[in-house]
Design a protein around this ligand. Structure first.
Ligand code: FAD
Ligand code: SF4
Ligand code: SF4
Length: 408
């Protein structure tokens, strides 16, 4: 059994709160679709403490509370259609992961037989609308306002939630970036639906066209496929670097839907005073074409100086295993793997890294993997395209020497 509040009927009288023996009801300001259009109302919201005892149902003078039969949710899922991708922009540029999601979204939309749409929040970024069409969007929902120039939880949640309740997407995909990880759960709570975080694979069930969301579980030891059968939209965050970017088709066009993006006093509770870029943000593992990673096999923090020299020579960036981060040899922003960054470079060098499943989860989709390890039985060799058995302190200088000789 479940308890449903009919948001359009709730008048906010608070009578239900007084009778709930489990303190499961709170009042919240929510944007609600009513006969007179959308408006923000202070309404009753049922929390996780609800036991479905039913005590509140008859107490509501407006018939706003309903006890649903087993398995019912009060959501008519047939009203939901289309795949939406949250087009995350920073400083007026689309994030790589959003472009990757356009590729994945296209695949899913084609399998379901629906449109691929992007939802963009920005301030005067019409060029991004064109870019999204060129990356495959059939439709772009565009919330254009000064308040949406850079990310703000309240402003973005309000603008996108309003679009979701109006246009009812079946699937909403977000990048598992810091922003996506903040925005996704806020939207899911407002919509009363689920969210599968950090997906590494998405598919459509051929039987019922539901989204199958796969992510590592139990410390990465198994992959769990999660469904959201009875609520909408089906929402996932997806790790950067996992999905393929689509081909950009210059001049491709689609339909533009301009959203109402006006905010009342009190709608936005946070204010961005200043954006301070940390030094660590300069490590862009996600976009790197060559990554040279060091692990516990370096034996000491100074080992990363050799890794850095090697990476510089190749025009690559430095990555690491978690063991090296835990040892305090390098900052976490360099960590590759399940609890670090997922990468997909053209060449990935694993130097003194054993190849634990949690490390592999973040790098095994690299185009070429080169492993340097003194233990010939190290699991990293199972995923490596080229394996060099030897001491990294001898192998890396020898490769650098050979590169210098070739450059002469
Ligand atoms: P080790 O496993 O100690 O391997 C060191 C390797 O170096 C050995 O294979 C050894 O033969 C080799 N070696 C030693 N000396 C030399 C030398 N001189 N020359 C060449 N080779 C040498 N790990 C990650 O990396 N990323 C993650 O995101 C991550 N997330 C995790 C999440 C969870 C929930 C858990 C439980 C673990 C996670 N881990 C992660 C940790 C992971 O399980 C491993 O412990 C870690 O990857 C091991 O790092 P390593 O390969 O550098 O160290
Ligand atoms: Fe509270 Fe019972 Fe109503 Fe749930 S059904 S909100 S537990 S009174
Ligand atoms: Fe009042 Fe009914 Fe709304 Fe509860 S659900 S606040 S009783 S109108």
């Amino acid at each position: 059994m479940a308890i449903l509040i009919h948001e359009d009927k709730c008048k906010g009288c608070q009578k239900c709160i007084k009778v709930c023996p489990f303190n499961a009801i709170t009042m919240q300001n929510k944007l609600v679709k009513t006969d007179e259009g959308e408006k923000t109302k202070n309404i009753a919201v049922i929390g996780a403490a609800c036991t479905s005892c039913g005590a509140c149902v008859d107490e509501c003078p407006f018939g706003a509370i309903e006890k649903l039969e087993e398995g019912a949710t009060g959501v008519d899922i047939s009203l939901y259609h289309d795949v939406w991708v949250f087009a995350e922009q920073r400083d007026g540029a689309l994030m790589s992961v959003s472009i990757e999601l356009m590729g994945e979204g296209r695949k899913l939309a084609d399998q379901i037989g629906c449109k691929l749409c992007a939802i963009l929040c920005a301030d005067n970024a019409d060029n991004l609308v064109d870019e999204l069409f060129e990356y495959g969007a059939d439709k772009v929902y565009y919330a254009n306002a000064p308040e949406l120039k850079s990310y703000n939880t309240d402003a973005y949640t309000k603008a996108i939630y309003k679009a979701i309740i109006t246009y009812k997407p079946e699937v909403v995909l977000l990048g598992a970036t810091h922003i996506g990880r903040d925005l996704g759960p806020c939207l899911a709570v407002h919509c009363g639906t689920g969210l599968t975080a950090d997906c590494t694979k998405l598919d459509i069930d051929p039987e019922d066209k539901k989204l199958m969301q796969t992510r590592p579980a139990f410390g990465g030891n198994l992959m769990a496929t999660i469904l959201c059968p009875r609520h909408r939209p089906q929402m996932s965050t997806v790790r950067p670097g996992v999905m393929e970017k689509p081909q950009r088709v210059p001049g491709r066009k689609g339909e533009l839907v301009k959203l109402d993006a006006t905010f009342a006093d009190g709608d936005i509770r946070e204010k961005v005073l200043e954006v301070v870029k940390g030094l660590t943000e300069q490590v862009s593992l996600t976009d790197a074409k060559i990554i040279v990673s060091g692990g516990a096999g370096l034996g000491r923090p100074e080992g990363f100086e050799l890794i850095k020299q090697f990476a510089d020579k190749l025009g690559g960036v430095v990555g690491s295993s978690r063991a090296a981060v835990d040892a305090g040899w390098i900052d976490h922003s360099h960590q590759v793997g399940q609890t670090g960054t997922t990468v997909k470079p053209q060449i990935y060098f694993a130097c003194g890294i054993s190849g634990a499943i949690q490390h592999l989860a973040g790098m095994q989709n690299s185009d070429y993997i080169v492993a340097i390890n003194k233990n010939e039985d190290a699991p990293i060799f199972e995923v490596a395209d080229y394996g060099i058995v030897g001491d990294l302190y001898k192998v890396i200088p020898a490769i650098m020497e050979a590169l210098d000789a070739m450059a002469k």
